[in-house]
Design a protein around this ligand. Sequence first.
Ligand code: KG4
Ligand code: ZN
Length: 372
Amino acid sequence: MRCNGDTMTQSLTILGLESSCDDTAAAVVRREADGSVRILSSIVFDQADLHRAYGGVVPEIAARAHAEKLDHCVRDALQHADLGLGDLDAIAVTAGPGLIGGVISGVMCAKGLAAATGLPLIGVNHLAGHALTPRLTDAIAYPYLMLLVSGGHCQYLIARGAEDFSRLGGTIDDAPGEAFDKTARLLGLPQPGGPAVQQEAASGDARRFRFPRPLLDRDDCNLSFSGLKTALMRLRDQLIAEKGGLTRQDRADLCAGFQAAVVDVLGEKTKRALQIYLQENPAVPTVAVAGGVAANTAIRHRLETICADFGAAFTAPPLALCTDNAAMIAYAGMERFEAGARDGMDLSARPRWPLDQSSPAMLGSGKKGAKA
Ligand code: KG4
Ligand code: ZN
């Protein structure tokens, strides 16, 4: 809190911690007295190198690395912001959903800091962090339609408040990023698969191979991506059986066909989500997208086109804030703090934590932990 001239105006400075998957992160975010929000620092330690040899995130390795790195990330975040613990107003931490060992590491670290400093502790839902990011980056107003598309998540949400979300639908199996990663693995392309598949697809013919468009016959907002991977495996094996291997062009055409199917499915389901959203919110059509898959230019262009057709504004945060980071956790914690929320030392780490408590639980868990 700060004094500004003779009027007492308040700024709010929050430290955020994130450790729910394979990124260890700490950040400091401040709301200035004039209401504007600034990211004072955002430190992300990417564990990709530790997991590469295993072809996926190993929960035990992730948890150990979080426990080792979190305090370093906190120190660096404070240093970059040029602040000490005494300059903070609260400590926000991801309390779920995610890989439980990592979430526990973050929650314990945050509790230690809160106990030592006397600062309030705020537990944050990781998905709320993603879903509120467009408010941090573009100050968009509630309500808005949110599409979360990453390696671990895929869902449509109507965001009405920091803790008020309606889930319109989501994936019933793989997340789209997972499907891109598996496609890359099947074709011998590097991880993470999304950028590699996108690059190959650029020189491919999307019409050469026929990929399914799962669940488009259903009039809801649920999606499915696991069938695309099976189709790709079948087509790949057929080509290998016929010709003894894959040419560069075969690989590019397979990537193009796969990507076109993902674009079509996300495009059609986004239209359905927009129709539902517009029935309730005719005056304020705003659509936001977040998550690593939002980096895909073909997906982004299709979403932009659809939004333009519906007369809706389209927002996509910069990539560094679309993927996992702690600035989004600090910001979501700030909104909870401003609404009066406080957590105690009994804050628990939750492997599953759906944003919309009234929607049915998603089954299964992906390579990055529980879906919600
Ligand atoms: O949000 P994120 O960093 O991590 C979580 O899943 O939480 O997303 C990573 C995912 C990976 O599966 C990666 O392959 C995918 O995002 N991705 C992309 C692209 N860039 C990253 N998928 C498609 N096209 C891209 N250009
Ligand atoms: Zn995430």
